[in-house]
Unconditional design. Structure first.
Length: 327
């Protein structure tokens, strides 16, 4: 990898080493404690005030957020520690770092840490009006994100010998009928965010091939574009009396009027959802990070080393420009 940036090679290597170290710590959702502890210690060694903030209702796993600060912040850099399954460790070649979380979002963590170190070394003024969240946006400033509506559906039936199906009632057939109608629902479009989409991500149920199934369930995820209230009403009308159901999560879409825009940055609209709607107390939101969402959640997840280095520059530039607005 060539290094056209005016930045000491040793710091670049530290950036790559931190990315690999984070990737090598398995942190599938619900099991982030090891990664959180590592990051706490790493940041404490750099003389930051660090604490682990327990997640409410975290259960026995002891999930926690890592909060590191130097003074009273004007700008917060934020991303997530958890990854999707399955875990696989880091490897690298001359251009990329591979592994679960490489781009979503451990490479982002490493870039944000490196940017914070550089800014502190410059004596950047302290003292949150803005939050810069990190997700893989190809280092572009996102001007819109879709929302999420998560629906869990459960059907009940009656067990019987499969040779005598008339004696039973198939929960799986009920579930399949419901899901077929869910898939046929017309979904809204937005002129900027595009179409809403639906994914049936998990289906489970049944006892054995020769048993009429007495229970079945599915997890369904909608990517919403302009609020989910009407969609919720349609789903309630479709599902009521036919199955058990629960809306597990409803996170709204974010549009440009609620996100900050700065001149000179490439921009794009992204179809995924972020933590930003839940972090409104931290200030006006921005979204940017290295890596491509097209390889996140895949068996070949990776992040470009060049993108990691460029992200450090972009995070530093964002913080400087935001601070200048308030000086």
């Amino acid at each position: 990898m060539s290094l056209p940036w005016n930045w000491a090679n040793v710091l670049v290597m530290q950036l790559f080493e931190l990315t690999r170290a984070l990737v090598d710590i398995e942190s599938v959702t619900g099991n982030e404690s090891g990664c959180a502890g590592f990051l706490r210690d790493y940041l404490a060694e750099r003389k930051l005030e660090v604490e682990l903030v327990p997640v409410a209702d975290a259960g026995p796993g002891g999930r926690a957020n890592v909060f590191a600060v130097c003074g009273t912040p004007d700008v917060v850099l934020s991303t997530h520690l958890d990854t999707v399954p399955p875990f696989f460790p880091a490897r690298e070649d001359s251009d990329f770092i591979y592994g679960r979380g490489a781009c979503d979002a451990k490479g982002i963590i490493a870039s944000q840490v490196a940017a914070a170190e550089r800014l502190l070394g410059e004596g950047a003024p302290r003292g949150s009006r803005y939050i810069i969240n990190g997700e893989p946006t190809d280092n572009k400033l996102a001007i819109g994100t879709k929302g999420i509506l998560r629906l869990d559906v459960r059907t009940r039936g009656k067990m019987a010998h499969s040779a005598y199906p008339q004696l039973g009632e198939s929960a799986i057939e009920k579930l399949l009928d419901v899901l077929a109608e869910v898939r046929r629902l017309p979904l809204p479009r937005h002129p900027v965010l595009g179409p809403s989409t639906v994914n049936i991500g998990v289906i489970s149920g049944g006892r054995a091939a020769n048993v009429i199934p007495d229970e079945a369930e599915a997890q369904v995820l909608f990517r919403t574009v302009n609020g989910a209230q009407e969609l919720r009403r349609k789903l309630q009308r479709l599902l009521e009396g036919r199955c058990e159901y629960e809306f597990v999560r409803d996170t709204p879409a974010l549009m440009m009027e609620k996100m900050d825009k700065l001149d000179g940055f490439e921009t794009e609209v992204v179809a995924f959802t972020t933590d930003l709607p839940s972090l409104t107390n931290w200030g006006r939101p921005l979204l940017l990070g290295p890596g491509s969402i097209s390889v996140a959640h895949t068996d070949h997840e990776r992040v470009s080393k060049a993108d990691l280095v460029r992200a450090v520059d972009l995070y530093c530039r964002l913080v400087r420009e935001l601070k200048a607005r308030n000086s």
